[in-house]
Design a binder for this molecule. Sequence first.
Ligand SMILES: *Cc1c(COP(=O)(O)O)cnc(C)c1O
Length: 552
Amino acid sequence: MLPPLRVAYFTMEIALRSDIPTYAGGLGVLAGDLMHSCADLKVAAACITICWQHGYMRQALRPDGTQSYEDIRWVPAEHLQKLPARVTVEVEGRTVHVGVWEARSGNPKSGVPVYFLDTNLEENAPEDRAITNHLYGGDQAMRIKQEIILGIGGVRMLRALGYEEIGTYHMNEGHSAFLTLELLKERGFKDEDVRPSCAFTTHTPVKAGHDVFPYDLAWKVVGSMLPWHIKSLAGEDALSMTQLAMNLSRYTCGVSQVHGHVARSMLGNQAIDAITNGVHHVEWASSEMAALFDREIPGWREDPQLLEAKSRDLQDEELWSAHQKAKERLIALVNRVAPVPFDAHTLTIVSARRVVPYKRPELLYTDIQRLREVAGGKLQIIHAGNAHPDDRFSQEVIMRMIERSRELKDSVRICYLPNYNPDLAKVLVAGADVWLNTPMRLHEASGTSGMKACVNGVLNLSTLDGWWIEGYARDHESGWRIGPMAQALDAEDTRRIDAEDLYTQLQYEVIPEYQYPDRVRWIRRMKRAIGLMGYFSSHRCVREYLERAWKN
Ligand SMILES: *Cc1c(COP(=O)(O)O)cnc(C)c1O
């Protein structure tokens, strides 16, 4: 038997290290950062996830702007440690064997263990070996099978590994909600005996983002693991993983304060709390910035709050020079692919994120003539972002971006970098001057890339949504907001207002401050941005989870 766990953290994806590609995007990056903080803070935690053969896919861009995606070949045995434990689960009435691999965050022996469940075993039928093939791939039946492995297989695996006492089973998104079915079975099908052990974080402010399965399909795939009262737990008409998770959790939260409001009204549950996401301050600081903090703010690695107290004492020249080195690295990377060379002395805006409509990736290009006037040789722009491989919207956006980069090359340099992933993100969030984010209000649950920019002294320029409402409110000097707080009634009106404000901010605030002699005001803002990391670190986030979600 192993020592008690304060929390078993279940997540469909995790970006633990860049050589383990079992993630797709922000959700996995967040899980990785939280586990790193758990390791640092010596929280007795373990993480349950899946050993995806194909998680992250590599994006390539052709010169005409069309994209292709290719699977990354990786061999788990070269990156993870195989453990002997085995469990079985029932899928469509068949017995499926589940194996497990381990990696740790932090110390390889004493750090937080991450268990990767795997059905790619010889004793399984080919169709069942394929269950852990593709993260978010396949049809609804496949998704249910994957969620059986994660939830039911995950709890059984914890038992097989020797974990008996677990304070909280945490569901990071609804994907792992079937863990409640195994707990119900273990505890005599008494909801009131399961609920005190479970907590749930919802991440998705749009209805379509939640897993909902027809009951006939769920019966066929999950079978007798569905309890008789499933409809009272997961919804009358269809099985909602969010409802199931929420109804069997003692604690549910959203991932920013504004997302808490959205989740309360969307899910009709006034008890939903909010814990704003955070990022791991050491993971995301450039080596130059980390070296500067090591010299000037000793102890920042253990206690990121020191950044808030002490960032204002940093020397202007040293801070600027650490930033410039990170920027030069980014510019060198850009210049391997850019059609016109970028330079390290021009104001550089980066906008990198998944290409989806609500993030309005083309807001900056609403009025090309206006952009030309505002930019006039004083601006260079870097974009990056992947999309679902067969997403038409993103194909067209990226093609237009490439076209525009040619059309505008005399007044503003634009480059689209392929293959946005955490390694590239590290270079981007450190080397930008300005981090641009333009989501439609109330659509961004939190966003975390802007926090990564902060620790590097990079200034956010963003609409007020998700975490930035809180970041901007904490310190107006740490960046700029785009548009008003409130959403206009009509999306097109809002878009026009936001675009106009974006140009105005650039023309009268951002560009002049960057060009001001010695950049006094700019560098002061950089210190303020670094100061925000005192709050928006995953250390603070984990402490809030400990106090509210993982208490006992
Ligand atoms: C941090 C990160 C994200 C999440 O950032 P957003 O602000 O939500 O866009 C997504 N993808 C990668 C590769 C990241 O590093």
